[in-house]
Design a protein around this ligand. Sequence first.
Ligand code: GAP
Length: 438
Amino acid sequence: MSQSAPDLFDKIVNLSKRRGIVFPSAEIYGGFRSTYDYGPVGVLMLRNVKEAWWRSMVQLRSDVVGLDASILSPPAIWEASGHLANFTDPLVDCRNCGARHRQDKLDDPDVCPTCGMRGQFTEPRHFNLMFKTQAGPVEDDGAVAYLRPETAQGMFINFANVINTSRKKPPLGIAQIGKSFRNEITPGNFVFRTREFEQMELEFFVPPAEADQWYEYWCAERLQWYIDHGIDESKLRLRPHGPDELSHYSSGTSDVEFDFPWGWDELEGIANRGSYDLDQHMAHSGQKLEYFDQAANERYVPHVIEPAAGATRTMMAFLMAAYDDEIVNDETRTVLRLHPRIAPYKAAVLPLSKKPELTGPARDLLAELQPRWMVDYDETQAIGRRYRRQDEIGTPYCITYDFDSLEDKAVTIRDRDSMDQVRLPIAEVGDWLAERLS
Ligand code: GAP
C-alpha cells in the first residue's frame, strides 16, 4: 500500500516506540533533546546494519582493514584537520521571537520560519559543532579534549601504524564503525539528525593517479550496497555536490540520497579528499605519512577516497523503505519487508499452545537454532496476533510447532512477505533457513 509522506514518518516513530525499536532517551525524566535509545528490537537491527556494512567493506575484501580508534581526542587533531576553524554552522537569532536557526537552512535568509517576521535576524555567528570537554581533574588548557565529530581522523592519524603493521600497500582502505558527536543546532526528523550518532566510514588510500577512478568506483559500489540490502532503486539517487557545497577538504563529493518523507536527503557522502588530511597531519605532527613504493622506487602521499555513512540514519532509511500496510481479510497488516540480513530476528518459534507438551519441544528447536541466528520465541496470545507482531518487526520466518508436530515431527514455516506456509521435518529446519538467510 502506498504511504503518504507525513503518515509514513509518524507510523515509523509509533512503530519504533510500540515494538521496542527506538525510544526517546531519558523519557522518565521528560526526555533529553533529540537523543534516542535503541530498544531490544532496534539494537538487533542497528547491529545488523553495521554488520552488513562491515561484511561488504572489510570481510569480503582483501584491500581493507579495520580500526577502532578512541572517541576522546586532543585539540591537535582537530587543529590539523581544520575542524576547529571550519566545522561551524552559521547561527542566527530572531530578535522578535528569540528562535534560533541555521542560516544556511532557511528558505528565505531574511524571514524567521517560527514567527514569520522579516529582517529581524542577528548577524550570523559561527558556531563550532564539536563537543568540548576536559580530560582529568584539572581544568586548564592542557586538559581540553574533544568528542570526535567524525571517525575519519582516527584512520588518518593511524595511517603509518596500519601501513607498517598490515603488510599491505595502497590501494588500501581503513574502515571504522563508531560513535561520533556533533552539537547540531537543529537536530530532528527522529534519528536522522542527532547530536550523538554512529558512523560507518572507509578511508581508501590510493596512488594519486588512481584517485579519480577509485572515486567513481566507490560512488557506484556504495549506491549498489543499499539496493542489495533491500531499498528499491527508485528511492535512491547519487547526487554530485556543486562547487559551493564542497567541504573544506574535498575536491569532489557525491551523496547517496534517499527519498525521505520530507524529500531527498543525504544517507552517505563519498568524497575525494586528495592528500589534504595526510598533508595536514604531516605538517602539524612533523611525522612522515607517506608510502614508499619499492617496486617503482617512488615515495608519495596517498590520496583518499572516503565513503562516509551513518549507521543510525541508514537504519531509519531501511525502516522507511521496508514499511508496508496491506489489507488482509479486511484487516490492515503492517509488515516490515526488511532484507533478511537487516531483519532484527531471522525467525520466531511459536508453539501453538502454552501446554508443556508443545512448549518443551518448541524450546528444544529454539535452542538448536539460537547458536546460528537471533531467533525469537513467543507462546502468548492467539497465533494470528503473534504472526502480526513478528510481521511488524520484520521477522522473515515464523515456525509453528503444533499438536501434529508431536506425531509427524514436522513444523509449519510461514513466510513473512507472501504469508505462504510449508510443512517441513524439524530435522531440516536449520538447513532450510540457512539456504534462505545467507
Ligand atoms: N568524515 C566525513 C563525514 O563525517 P559527513 O557527511 O559529515 O561526513 C557522514 O557525515 C555521514 O554521517 C552522513 O552522511 C550521515 O549519514 C551521518 N551523519 C552526519 N551527521 C549526523 C547527525 N547529526 N546525525 C545522524 N547521522 C549523521
